[in-house]
Design a protein around this ligand. Structure first.
Ligand code: ADP
Ligand code: MG
Length: 683
């Protein structure tokens, strides 16, 4: 199968004035097909008219009245007050902003239909800013519910309704699911479903429509998820048609690395290693996500993959999202590999000019492994022969950045690593184009981390606890609160905490690390902490990812209620890495909001990152998990990964089937749902 395939014709653009087109484009509407799948948020019932004297009741209603008077008041603020009536009673309409044409439409004697909620005002029944329309005598009522569409400023619902109405008549509503398949899945036809959702007949139960579990909604949601599956699956297959360096080890470098490790690999690490080794030896680029809870031991697996590339005569790159983490990897990999004769280079933004020039020259020539931060993907960095690109904490990078690293070679293999476990439904949808390896086993001898929740009025106890801990020969982290509104404030807090702890614990050495330090200052502090010269390290979340100091076995987190779940899990994962009993103290300040309370409960009760992620998805939705991967591409608009998990599973199987047996339908399906956005999904 080829990527471009028998390309389906593009859907015609929307016919509208340039100004209108611009507004439509703002909400992603470019073509007729886009209009057809732009579905209502909710519906209003304008098929009936309610007499004014029965219009109370909290529900929005439609009334038909004749304007009796219209006056502009200036006190207490400028407003237009319209008094109107039908045979049953009088009502006041109040507008705080209005255009002259609206004022004209509401002049004395005008007959209008008004839609909105009636409440009791100072002058009796009143509607504030209702939607209204001037009508003639005996104008027929609409026979369908009024759909209310997602929109943007200056784009009237009625304009959308008109355009979509037209598209429903002239547009392409052809079926893209083979009949047999559709019947097997028990889904209604597409044309019928779309017509129904855009224009539900009067009497339709609005509650099932609004709850989105009507069969028509299921059909639409299935189509949406299917488009996503088709696109990802196709990208996956297309990748297999590109060539890539075949990395077959030519010596025993990997084995020698294993020999000199002070530990043996876990079963999970061995399995991961075998899978990756196999991928690297294929003539098409690997694109594998190595997932494993914090501390599962991903680094060594990556190092072994690098050995295979190096041994095959190619270079490997290892990119990490923060300076601290990248340097730690550099030191560790150098430590492991230089004794085996491997030349390791280091690129970071903080290198001085001369050192940088040397490292760049090495990268372009003899270096076999290049470790670094984003500095790896800058212009002017040339690799001699990049065969394998490794990206640690991959969710911290954007699509463009990962792509940029790949571009440094000619279709290199790619190994991505993440400690953020991805719940199953999410993996099935957003990561369907990747191969995933899970390290589902922690190295032996880890002592479980004890988690405690302590209210902030007992901070003194915590300080005492830290003291005792250090007296036993261990070290501790003290993480300062996240202050989202202000980085300056966050810095100040870290500084204050550092000073306060230095006073509270005069016999201990307290250190401070935060994002504003210069790179070499940061490195110096981290090195001192790793060497045991600092007892208590006060830090902002810069230490969140990857940092590994086995002797540090106490983690204190202040204002834990402000952190997200995966952040808490990551931070907690900084301890419990050595042979010592470890603990994590979460200091919280009340009163706790409902979500914060749930989060703390989850982190207190669970240590398994996978379970924590699942619960996180339940509270937060998928947006944050996939992060930058989908930048520019809307997340699923209609389907919900938790609620519609069955649809995701169905769609995954169907995608496979359509790509082999109904390619032309698959193409049309993709065009309808993704249009021009498809390219973005492929990176
Ligand atoms: P992560 O998966 O979070 O990146 P690391 O690769 O940093 O984890 O590993 C965490 C710690 O565990 C490191 O100190 C590493 O050397 C050690 N480690 C890795 N694999 C094993 C193993 N099989 N047995 C014992 N220790 C291991
Ligand atoms: Mg790591």
């Amino acid at each position: 199968m080829t990527t471009s395939g028998a390309s389906a014709p593009a859907s015609p653009p929307i016919r509208a004035s340039e100004a209108l087109q611009k507004k439509l484009a703002k909400i992603g509407l470019h073509s007729e097909a886009d209009l057809l799948v732009h579905l209502p948020l909710r519906y209003e019932d304008e098929t009936r008219i309610t007499p004014v004297n029965r219009a109370f009741g909290g529900e929005p209603v439609q009334i038909e009245v004749v304007v009796q008077s219209n006056e502009i008041q200036f006190r207490p603020r400028r407003q237009m007050i319209v008094r109107a009536a039908d045979d049953s009673g009088e009502i006041t309409l109040r507008f705080f902003s209005f255009y002259p044409n609206q004022q004209a439409a509401l002049s004395e004697g005008s007959r209008i239909r008004v839609f909105g909620e009636v409440r009791g005002g100072f002058f009796g029944a009143e509607m504030v800013h209702p939607r209204f329309r001037k009508v003639g005598d005996n104008e027929p009522l609409p026979t369908e519910m009024t759909p209310v569409y997602p929109s943007t400023a200056g784009l009237a619902n009625s304009a959308l309704q008109k355009l979509i109405g037209k598209a429903l008549v002239v547009g392409d509503l052809s079926e893209t699911l083979p009949d047999e398949l559709r019947q097997r899945l028990k889904l209604p036809g597409l044309a019928r479903s779309l017509r129904f959702l855009h224009t539900p007949p009067p009497g339709t139960d609005l509650d099932t429509l609004h709850a989105r579990n009507h069969p028509a909604w299921r059909r639409v949601k299935f189509d949406e998820v299917l488009a996503q599956q088709l696109s990802l699956r196709r990208a996956y297959l297309a990748r297999r048609e590109q060539g890539a360096p075949v990395l077959v080890a030519q010596d025993d470098l990997g084995a020698r690395l294993l020999d000199q490790l002070p530990f043996g690999l876990t079963g999970a690490q061995l399995r991961a290693m075998a899978e990756i080794a196999d991928d690297l030896a294929q003539p098409y680029p690997m694109q594998r996500l190595l997932q494993g809870d914090v501390g599962a031991g991903k680094t060594i697996v990556a190092a072994l993959a690098a050995c295979q590339a190096i041994s095959a005569g190619w270079q490997a790159a290892f990119m990490a999202p923060t300076e601290i983490l990248a340097e730690q990897h550099y030191l560790k990999l150098k430590d492991w590999l230089e004794p085996l004769g491997v030349r390791v280079a280091w690129l970071s933004g903080s290198l001085k000019t001369k050192a940088k020039r040397e490292q760049l020259a090495a990268t372009a020539a003899e270096a076999q492994l290049v470790v670094g931060t984003h500095a790896l993907i800058q212009d002017g960095v040339d690799f001699a022969k990049l065969g394998l690109a490794i990206v640690d904490e991959q969710h911290r990078f954007g699509v463009a950045q990962r792509l940029a690293l790949r571009k440094k070679g000619n279709n290199p293999h790619q190994l991505m690593m993440s400690a953020t476990p991805i719940p199953r439904t999410l993996a099935m949808s957003y990561y369907a184009d990747l191969d995933v390896t899970v390290l589902d086993e922690l190295p032996p001898g880890r002592t479980p981390i004890k988690t405690r929740l302590i209210a902030d009025n007992r901070r003194e106890d915590v300080v005492g606890f830290v003291k005792k801990h250090v007296e036993e020969g261990r070290q501790a982290y003290w993480v300062c609160p996240l202050i989202e509104e202000s980085e300056a404030l966050q810095l100040q807090t870290a500084q204050d905490t550092y000073e306060q702890l230095s006073i509270d614990l005069p016999e201990l050495t307290v250190g401070l690390v935060h994002g504003r330090l210069k790179a070499d200052e940061k490195q110096a502090v981290m090195a001192a902490f790793a060497a045991g010269e600092i007892d208590v390290l006060v830090a902002t979340t810069v230490i969140e990812v990857g940092v590994d100091v086995p002797n540090a076995s106490l983690m204190v987190i202040e204002h834990a209620e402000r952190f997200g779940l995966s952040q808490l899990h990551q931070l907690r994962g900084r301890v419990g890495r050595g042979k010592y009993e470890s603990s994590c103290v979460l200091i919280y300040a009340g009163p706790l909001g409902e979500i914060a309370r749930q989060r703390l409960k989850i982190i207190f009760e669970n240590t398994d990152g996978f379970e924590i992620a699942r619960q996180d998805l339940r509270i937060r939705g998928p947006g944050e998990f996939v992060g930058a991967r989908q930048s520019g591409v809307p997340l699923l608009r209609y389907a919900d990964l938790e609620m519609d998990a069955d649809l995701v599973e169905m769609a995954r199987d169907v995608a496979e089937e359509m790509l082999t047996e109904h390619l032309e339908l698959a193409e049309r399906h993709l065009k309808r749902w993704l249009g021009s956005r498809e390219e973005l999904l492929k990176s």
